[in-house]
Design a protein around this ligand. Structure first.
Ligand code: ZN
Ligand code: ZN
Length: 406
């Protein structure tokens, strides 16, 4: 009796957990690893798990799946839709959903572990399997590394990972070089001087300062970045004030910044810093406070390793099964495992949308409207063949690097 992967998937989908709270999920993973007889360590980086399949001499391949859900109220209407609630870091009661598909990542990984164990006579080497928490915070990989995962397990020669995405089922999107953008999250606090709304001249109004700052920040991409380059400057949150006749003392902006490489990152961060400080100076305010809340490196696929994975997938599933999806402006923390160990990285996307539905939306020019993306309350990969292909992708890619037993 093998693992019932579809049952595992629907169970995980019903019970999503927020970042760094993935205790039930970790319990499910641990139980299945025990069932498969694969040794593992729990509680790495709080709720992470890493397992190892030792199978003689040969390369060390790390396979990584992320485990967390998101504060989104599911509206898919699926029989196994989530009604779960959770408590976010600010203490708010929030709905929770596997709106990014990490439940699919976990389940496919368990299926791959089962397959690799069952076929041990055909390959040699070591497979380390990482179930990483808190990808959505951009913090889980670093938490596991800080907790010694790279020392507790054999260091990788190659790190492999995958993400389910709104491509047709059967299709893998992967490219050498920059696959996903680098990202920083900044919190900017503008310090004004509060006072009575009837006496603005006695205050320094942080709301006006914030408004000017938000508008000026838009000129970074439109006026300062080479139009041939990619950059995103998003102000995703703005908070100030409690009442119409009080000028508050401060305003807070939360920024999400994206760029393809470290050089572009330096340029954009310098421009943000310059504009925020200059707008504060223009208001006669004191220096603003700028705090980096997270930093994600670019996800850069190794050229040679990516070519090997691409060829292996094409041999297994056909020439048309792999395409270059271009660079995504989303970000990932998977590459920390490769960066910190000097290993190669290959990170790919695999399709979870019914091909007919995708083709219809594509023909109608309504892909953006009709095919829900990751983080949407309607995001729902079709269970099959998405799940089976998720397993196959990992096994095919891992076997490409592991030793072959004749
Ligand atoms: Zn996500
Ligand atoms: Zn994700």
């Amino acid at each position: 009796m093998g693992l019932d992967l579809e049952a595992i998937y629907t169970d995980l989908h019903r019970h999503p957990e927020l970042s760094f709270q993935e205790t039930r999920t970790a319990g499910v993973i641990a139980a299945k690893l025990e069932e498969l007889g694969v040794p593992f360590q729990e509680g790495i980086g709080k709720t992470g798990i890493a397992a190892r399949i030792d199978n003689g001499d040969g390369p060390v391949v790390w396979l990584r799946a992320d485990t967390d859900g998101l504060p989104v109220a599911e509206q898919t209407g699926l029989a196994y839709a989530s009604t779960a609630r959770g408590t976010d870091p600010a203490g708010n009661d929030v709905p929770v959903m596997h709106a990014c598909g990490h439940d699919m990542h976990v389940t496919a990984m368990l299926g791959a572990v089962e397959r690799l164990v069952a076929t041990k006579s055909e390959w040699s080497g070591t497979v380390v399997v990482v179930f990483q928490p808190a990808e959505e915070y951009g913090a889980g990989a670093q938490a596991m590394i800080a907790d010694g995962v790279l020392d507790r397990f054999p260091k990788p020669d190659v790190v492999l990972g995958q993400h389910v995405t709104p491509l047709p089922t059967g299709v893998v999107g992967v490219r050498p070089g920059t696959q996903m953008a680098a990202s920083d999250g900044l919190t900017v606090t503008l310090h004004g001087r509060g006072g009575h709304g009837s006496r603005p001249h006695s205050t320094i109004d942080p709301i006006v300062m914030a408004a000017a700052t938000v508008m000026r920040l838009q000129t970074i991409v439109s006026r300062e970045i080479d139009p041939r380059d990619v950059a995103v400057v998003t102000v995703g949150s703005i908070h100030a004030g409690l009442k119409n006749n009080i000028i508050p003392a401060e305003a807070t902006l939360e920024l999400s910044l994206r760029y393809p490489d470290d050089a572009a990152r330096d340029r954009v961060l310098e421009k943000v810093d310059r504009i925020v400080r200059a707008e504060a100076a223009a208001s006669g305010a004191e220096e603003p406070t700028i705090v980096t809340v997270h930093t994600l490196p670019p996800t850069i696929n190794d050229d040679e390793a990516t070519a090997r994975v691409t060829d292996a997938l094409r041999r297994a599933f056909g020439e048309d099964s792999v395409l270059d999806p271009g660079m995504f402006t989303g970000s990932e923390d998977v590459s920390w495992f490769a960066r910190e160990s000097g290993a190669s990285l290959v990170y790919w996307f695999w399709g979870g949308v019914d091909p007919q539905r995708f083709a219809d939306a594509s023909a109608a020019g309504t892909l953006e409207r009709d095919i829900p993306t990751n983080h949407s309350p309607y995001f729902a990969p079709v269970l099959q063949p998405t799940l089976d292909r998720g397993v196959e992708n990992l096994v095919v890619a891992a076997r490409e690097f592991l030793g072959v037993v004749q």
